[in-house]
Design a protein around this ligand. Structure first.
Ligand SMILES: Nc1ncnc2c1ncn2[C@@H]1O[C@H](COP(=O)(O)OP(=O)(O)O)[C@@H](O)[C@H]1O
Ligand SMILES: CC(C)(COP(=O)(O)O)[C@@H](O)C(=O)NCCC(=O)O
Length: 347
């Protein structure tokens, strides 16, 4: 995947653009991205160009808060948050304002009371690319903007079919593939939250037992922002037997982020996380992976690579990468997780 990010190709010249409005008002040259298919809808910014958009607001997170945020022991550093994630939260904050105005215009036109509906953000990408970390950082940052104090984060794993169903359908080794989810239930969930329903419930997945927790639920109560994080959030609509067009989950997104990196880096992050979990979560006798806690390092690496090669790698290439061009923003990470480039949809 290296060198094939986003709608592809190298960047060429021209166009002027600025995010402006509280980002320092920087005016920078923006270049349309040309691909084999023609002009892409994205503008591409390298790390420095993006960093120049950082607002002058003081960093609203303390080191202690960041510690809490980090995925599994690899804390994201404060500098990365200030440089990359804070400007992104400002852009999202501007979108929240604009989408709210549009919504009010529609309500006025319809002669309705303009109740605010949650702003919905999708965060997609491979297993182990850093979706959860990105989503958690965005949740903390967005909650600090005055107009979006209530931010809920939901992961799509709650909509995986329970293991018993996956086993019955021969899908246990396809966990994370689109067909391993109850996609209708997921779509209904997001549509209900977006429609402003007072209380919407989702099932909960437990990574420890590797299964849906029966009788447990996540309850979402009219947040200002809902972040939906998962492998398949940008999948196109499923068509029914008659071929009639259905809605895609992303039809309910006001903004979406695809977290991208080279496949070899993501595989390494997956193996490293597996090794860390072996020393922590897997030592719990309740863990689905408990039997692997006693593996030697070499055996554990071979086992994690096996899962990557059989499940997560093929899912990334077959199902997830093809959805990248549907995101509003593509965040490209280098080998150390630092963001090297950002593509933002302008057209
Ligand atoms: N920005 C980051 N800086 C440093 N480490 C990160 C960053 N994002 C993710 N990681 C680490 O990479 C691994 C995968 O991240 P995670 O957010 O759990 O991925 P996903 O939700 O996509 O499976 C974790 O071990 C996490 O700590
Ligand atoms: C639970 C997941 C499918 C991720 O689900 P998501 O929240 O992205 O919908 C994934 O983390 C997973 O467990 N995949 C199965 C292969 C593996 O054990 O890595």
């Amino acid at each position: 995947m290296t060198g094939q990010h986003g709608p592809g190709g190298s960047t060429t010249s021209d166009g002027i653009g600025s995010i402006g409005h509280g980002t320092g008002g920087v005016s920078v040259r923006r270049r349309p991205v040309f691909t084999d298919q023609g002009v892409s809808p994205y503008v591409e910014l390298d790390r420095d160009e993006w960093a120049a958009l950082a607002p002058s607001t003081p960093l609203p997170l303390t080191a202690a808060e960041l510690d809490r945020l980090s995925g599994l022991g690899d804390p994201i550093d404060l500098d990365e948050v200030a440089t990359i994630y804070l400007p992104l939260s400002r852009l999202l904050n501007l979108y929240v304002g604009s989408v709210g105005s549009l919504h009010r215009v529609t309500s006025t036109f319809l002669g309705e009371r303009g109740d605010r509906t949650p702003f919905v953000i999708g965060v997609g990408g491979s297993v182990a690319v850093g979706k959860s970390t990105t989503a958690r950082v965005l949740r903390e940052l967005l909650a600090r903007w005055p107009d979006t104090p209530r931010v809920e984060l939901v992961t799509t794993d709650g909509f995986l079919y329970p293991n018993a169903v996956l086993q019955e359908r021969g899908l246990m080794s396809r966990k994370g593939f689109p067909e391993s989810y109850d996609r209708r239930a997921l779509l209904r969930f997001v549509a209900e939250v977006k429609s402003g329903a007072a209380e919407v419930r989702a099932p909960r997945y437990d990574h420890l037992t590797y299964d849906i927790v029966s009788g447990d639920e996540i309850v979402v109560r009219r947040p200002d922002v809902l972040i939906v994080e998962g492998l398949n959030v940008l999948q196109p609509a499923q068509h029914d037997e008659e071929g009639a067009g259905a809605l895609a989950l992303s039809d309910f997104f006001d903004f979406s982020v695809y977290v991208d990196a080279a496949v070899e880096d993501i595989e390494r992050w997956y193996v490293e996380r597996f090794l860390r979990l072996r020393q922590t979560a897997f030592t719990d006798p309740q863990s689905f992976f408990h039997r692997f806690a006693a593996l030697t390092d070499d055996e554990a690496v071979a086992f994690a690579r096996g899962i990557w090669n059989d499940i997560n790698g093929p899912n990334l290439l077959q199902n997830i990468v093809p959805t990248r061009g549907r995101a509003t923003l593509v965040m490209v990470k280098g080998p150390d997780h630092s963001v090297s480039r950002i593509r933002l949809r302008k057209l």
